[in-house]
Design a protein around this ligand. Structure first.
Ligand code: AMP
Length: 288
């Protein structure tokens, strides 16, 4: 699909990307997969879906400074462009890789646009990471405008982010279909994440407890009240030495507003953020 000169290379500037995109045949479909790199099988599942549903996929690698509310987290974010490129080419050579610099995306103004997301941004990650979703939406809007894809792919691993992006696309009236992809997990159930690389071998094993607890919560949710499930999750985490629960929420999956009482036909999800040693991990599960 791609001409030989575009294969195997990483595009660094908007100008070069525009030129590559305009050299593609008219009318072909494009799938965009935005990432922050340090790629794993969760990212690859998004790329495979994008390649399956479109003629060409663009994967972006950009560690977006405006979505980090913690400088140390930003500084320690794993970066390995070379192995990312190798991994991508192990599944296909027809992926356009765009890895711009901060200047290329933000020029000299490294700041977020301020959006209103109807309350979606106020809870969970929004409450614990100030400004996070304005940063995410700013960079995703930017990338969507640069690439102009038919579809863009996001993981349910960051379920709140997915709902925020759907809202941003609606507000900005962008002509793109947002496609959500299920969470890819390690064999022990831990949700794959670039941050897992920072865990010690022992903690990485212990972190399997996060998904085990979410699965237990799902089972309990069939017969118990949401409040009882939440209390039970908190109690279980208190017994863990190296895992500290930051929050557990059960919300309406659409509006992300915390559950008051169960209502028939509403889909609910449980969300957690957990510090494993000093690494912050998030996970979630559909409850019904
Ligand atoms: P990140 O590089 O962490 O910003 O993630 C880029 C995209 O990959 C986001 O849409 C994430 O939700 C998605 N993603 C990350 N980890 C997983 C996973 N374990 N399963 C599915 N999607 C994922």
């Amino acid at each position: 699909m791609l001409a030989l000169k575009e294969k195997m290379q990483v595009i660094k500037t908007r100008k070069a990307l525009k030129s590559t995109l305009s050299s593609l045949k008219q009318g072909i479909s494009l799938g965009l997969v935005p990432t922050m790199g340090a790629l794993h099988k969760g990212h690859l599942a998004l790329v495979e879906r994008a390649l399956h549903q479109n003629d060409t996929a663009v994967l972006t690698i950009f560690v977006n400074p405006t979505q980090f509310n913690n400088q140390e987290d930003l500084d320690k974010y794993p970066k390995n462009l070379k192995s990312d490129v190798d991994l991508l080419h192990s599944i296909s050579e027809d992926i356009i890789i765009f890895a711009p610099s901060i200047k290329e995306i933000y020029n000299n103004d490294v700041s977020s646009k301020i959006y209103g997301f109807n309350g979606l941004e106020k809870v969970m990650e929004g409450a614990f990471r100030e400004g996070h979703f304005n940063g995410v939406a700013t960079v995703v809007e930017n990338l969507l405008r640069i690439v102009n894809p038919n579809r863009a792919y996001f993981g349910e691993k960051d379920f709140q982010q997915l709902q925020i992006i759907r809202k941003m696309v609606e507000i900005q009236n962008l002509p793109v279909k947002i496609v959500s992809c299920p969470i890819v997990r390690e064999p022990n159930g831990l949700a794959m994440s670039s941050r897992n690389e920072r865990l010690s071998t022992t903690t990485r094993k212990e972190a399997a407890f996060i998904y085990q607890t979410l699965q237990a919560a799902k089972k309990q949710f069939g017969t118990k009240s949401a409040q009882k499930v939440i209390e039970s999750v908190k109690r279980q985490f208190e017994k863990q030495k190296n895992l500290r629960l930051e929050y557990i929420e059960i919300t309406d999956a659409e509006t992300l507003s915390p559950i008051k009482r169960k209502i028939k036909n509403i889909k609910y999800r449980a969300f957690v953020a957990v510090y494993a040693d000093d690494v912050r991990l998030i996970d979630n599960i559909a409850l019904n």
